[in-house]
Design a protein around this ligand. Structure first.
Ligand code: FES
Ligand SMILES: [Fe+2]
Length: 420
């Protein structure tokens, strides 16, 4: 972990002022202050991350009553579990007595959540069931001390959470991409693999790297050989247009190539982004694999390979790249000022059998390899922007346009924060 000294003169007022000043330089990378300020990091958690819809997991991870998994965000831990009535809950992993974690293992099956400290016990729905010697304490009501719930929405089998009790609805923005995403039938899909890449860099560097493909040609030779996103739009226009022209017929999914842009400043509400576009693979390639050939059976309602890939955003920190035979989900979660969890999840058709219908190594090769390349460049970027002498340079107006969108949304959020 890279340790950054606390600047004792740093304040929320300074942060908001810096954000406003930065907003006046829209075409430029941001000041190193935003990667180094502890005040900023705490404000980002409070005002951005904990107010955003985040992918938590897939329903297939908790098929049985009592199944649960944990989601770590910053220093916080959230339990997602299935109760006795098959209801799924998301709750803070924090005892209502004096705050101890009530669940330690990252996934498993439980009958109750029992606090290791003074033994309070909670049901799978979070209700307080046992609190030793508290029943006779005057004014103590068990109903007042259940585990704190987190907002949760399930969309096509994917569980999303939002720590803000007043968070805006997420179903409506997601419904704008439901046809395109529905093609893969993620509700009945199977998680073939999930990996967490622990990156020693600020979360914004990880996200900025995901949001632009300017680096693809120089940093991802394998990816760039297959995917047209590495090139400027006008250069690959004929390839994309040909794919859009055949996509519906070959995949059998009406509207599969329809674009929808509802991210960052254009999202219907704060932290409820949704986006889709379909872009082409280069001639002769069918999927995102080592040699561009399929690595698993077709997903959901897909009837064939149109030479396209669906690019999605689901909330500000979650993305998917979906090929006809498999889907890859990316989620970025800040863990400290200088640490980010980059989670990758590979989905295949729910009926696909490992070793028979797909080989895990072949399935995961391209994006595992590409993620390691990303980790390498993000770490170097981190080292550079943390230099006291870094002078932010210009973004490329097209290649880095989404990056600029994110930065503008991010700075606007910071600029509104008042000192308390
Ligand atoms: S902190 Fe959990 S029972 Fe005391
Ligand atoms: Fe990359």
């Amino acid at each position: 972990m890279h340790v950054i000294a606390t600047d004792v003169s740093d304040t929320k007022d300074k942060m908001a002022r810096m954000a406003k000043e930065q907003l006046e330089k829209p075409g430029f990378a941001i000041d190193p202050y935003f990667y180094r300020s502890h005040v900023t990091y705490q404000s980002e958690l409070e005002h951005i991350v904990f107010k955003s819809w985040l992918y938590a997991g897939h329903i297939s991870q908790i098929p049985n009553k009592g199944d649960y998994f944990l989601v770590d965000i910053g220093e916080d831990s959230i339990i997602v579990c299935r109760d006795r009535k098959e209801q799924i809950h998301a709750m803070h992993n924090m005892c209502r007595h004096r705050g101890a974690r009530v669940c330690e293992e990252s996934s498993g099956n439980k009958r109750t959540f029992s606090c290791p400290y003074h033994g309070w016990g909670y049901g799978l729905d979070g209700k307080l069931k046992a609190a030793r010697d508290m029943r006779d304490v005057e004014g103590f009501d068990f109903d007042d001390y259940g585990l704190l719930h987190v907002r949760m929405e399930i969309f096509q089998g994917m569980i999303f959470i939002n720590c803000d009790p007043d968070a805006p609805d997420f179903q409506k923005p997601l419904s704008k991409i439901s046809r395109q995403l529905g093609a893969y039938d993620l509700e009945n899909a199977k998680v073939a693999e999930a990996k967490t890449y622990k990156i020693d860099a600020n979360w914004k560097l990880c996200l900025e790297n995901y949001l632009e493909c300017y680096h693809c040609a120089s940093s991802h030779r394998h990816y760039a050989k297959l995917h047209t996103l590495e090139a400027l739009a006008h250069k690959v226009k004929p390839i994309n247009e040909a794919m859009w022209g055949r996509a519906e017929e070959i995949t059998g999914v009406e509207g599969i190539a329809d674009e929808f842009y509802g991210y960052y400043n254009d999202s219907s509400a704060f932290g409820a982004c949704s986006y889709h576009s379909r872009y082409a693979l280069y001639e002769g390639y069918q999927s995102g694999s080592k040699d561009g050939t399929p690595v698993a059976p077709l997903m959901g309602n897909m009837k064939g390979y149109d030479g396209g890939a669906g690019d999605f955003q689901l909330g500000p920190l979650t993305f998917m790249l979906n090929y006809p035979d498999h889907c890859v989900l990316y989620r970025f979660i800040p863990r400290s000022l200088t640490q980010t969890d980059m989670e990758l999840v590979w989905f295949v058709n729910g009926d696909a059998e490992e070793g028979v219908d797909y080989q895990k190594e072949d399935l995961t090769w391209l994006w595992h390899f590409t993620s390691l390349e990303d980790e390498f460049i993000i770490m170097r970027n981190s080292a550079g922007v943390n230099s006291h002498f870094f002078q932010p340079g210009p973004y490329h107006p097209e290649h880095e346009s989404t990056c600029m969108e994110f930065i503008s949304w991010y700075l606007k959020a910071l600029s509104k924060i008042k000192s308390s």
